[in-house]
Design a protein around this ligand. Structure first.
Ligand code: G3H
Ligand code: 13P
Ligand code: NA
Ligand code: ZN
Length: 328
């Protein structure tokens, strides 16, 4: 059944677990996520970006999610608009049947230029007004995502601000977060705590302080009833990178956010954990391997099935690690 983000995350907060929010663009990704959720009995957040709508087309995206709900009636599913760049985008998502929208007012409508606090409050507040009127949850974002290592936010395959950001932009301020939530009434807040979108997050292996855990604690203490969201949460499996390279892919050395650090974030108040890149990597590795090992095959179901199985395993691992398994 369709459920709002607020209902899902309230339950997660009450029982101290976190939920992965996986990005979807096609049927195979939706199948992977639901197969895994069904296996371990986890509620699900499916999220779609503007790019996903452009790729699949609005009716296909909507009908595929309806199909998931029909096929898995016992699993609570939240359909979330990821990174809405304007109130108009959020309004369109609500018309499409989404039960949750993100108004990302940390950036201007070009989805690249860091916005002022006042702009962010204004657009987010407007979305909360029309979304809450029809029972739809709202996620806002305060602070700009970017690596504390380099200050880089823009990367080759992720979305977000471009250019070099200062440390004060890269870490959400707890006082400002409290004021933002009071002014907008968002249900969930994406915070900047050292992660960035895409595969190229860190150039060196993680040392255990990838995330600004103290900052998560400080923000959670100020806004305990607002669910914290961590974007850019892919772990960038070295095994997937090796498989991609082994079968002809070209991906530079790079590292993601270790699952153990995400779990530490969940212990300190993070409830929604956004993951897109890890499914992309798992599927690409599996398809490359399948094609290389079975060069005589040309039925797409063969390599798509291997991609589904690889992504299913990844999703299952995250449901279990974040504690949402057994909570459906
Ligand atoms: O936050 C960005 C997500 O990974 C979605 O990426 O805009 O390429 O669909 P996309
Ligand atoms: P990753 O690129 O780390 O998977 O992050 C995805 C994300 O934050 C989508 O909003
Ligand atoms: Na989102
Ligand atoms: Zn994001």
């Amino acid at each position: 059944a369709m459920i709002s983000l607020r209902q899902l995350l309230d339950h997660a907060a009450e029982h101290d677990y976190g939920l992965p929010a996986f990005n979807i663009n096609n049927m195979e990704q939706i199948h992977s996520i639901l197969l895994a959720a069904n296996e371990v009995d986890s509620p699900v957040i499916l999220q779609a970006s503007a790019g996903a709508r452009g790729y699949a087309g609005e009716p296909f995206l909507r009908k595929m999610v309806e199909a998931a709900i029909e096929q898995y009636p016992h699993i609570p599913i939240c359909m979330h608009q990821d990174h809405g760049a304007s109130p108009a985008v959020c309004q369109m998502a609500i018309r499409s049947g989404f039960s949750s929208v993100m108004m990302d007012g940390s950036l201007l409508a070009d989805a690249k230029t860091p916005a002022s606090y006042e702009y962010n409050v204004d657009v987010t507040k407007r979305v909360v007004e029309f979304a809450h009127a029809v029972g739809v949850s709202v996620e806002g974002e305060l602070g700009c995502l970017g690596s504390l290592e380099t200050g880089q936010a823009g990367d080759e395959d992720g979305s977000g601000a471009t250019g070099i950001l200062s440390e004060s932009q890269l870490l959400t301020d707890p006082d400002e977060a409290a004021a933002f939530v009071a002014a907008t009434k968002v249900d969930a807040l994406a915070i900047a705590i050292g992660t960035s979108h895409g595969a190229y997050k860190f150039s060196r292996p993680p040392t255990g302080d990838t995330l600004a855990i103290d900052r998560i604690k400080a923000i959670h203490a100020r806004i305990p009833n607002t669910h914290l969201v961590m974007h850019g949460s892919s772990s960038v499996s070295q095994a997937s990178l090796e498989m991609i390279r082994k079968y002809g892919g070209r991906i530079k050395e790079t590292y993601g956010v270790p699952v153990s650090q995400i779990v530490e974030g969940i212990r300190n108040g993070v409830r929604k954990v956004n993951i897109d890149t890890d499914i992309r990597l798992a599927m690409t590795a599996a398809i490359r391997e399948s094609m290389a090992l079975h060069p005589e095959e040309f039925d797409p179901r063969i390599y798509f099935k291997s991609a589904i199985l690889a992504a299913q395993q990844l999703c299952k691992d995250r449901f279990e690690a974040f504690g949402s398994a057994g909570r459906a």
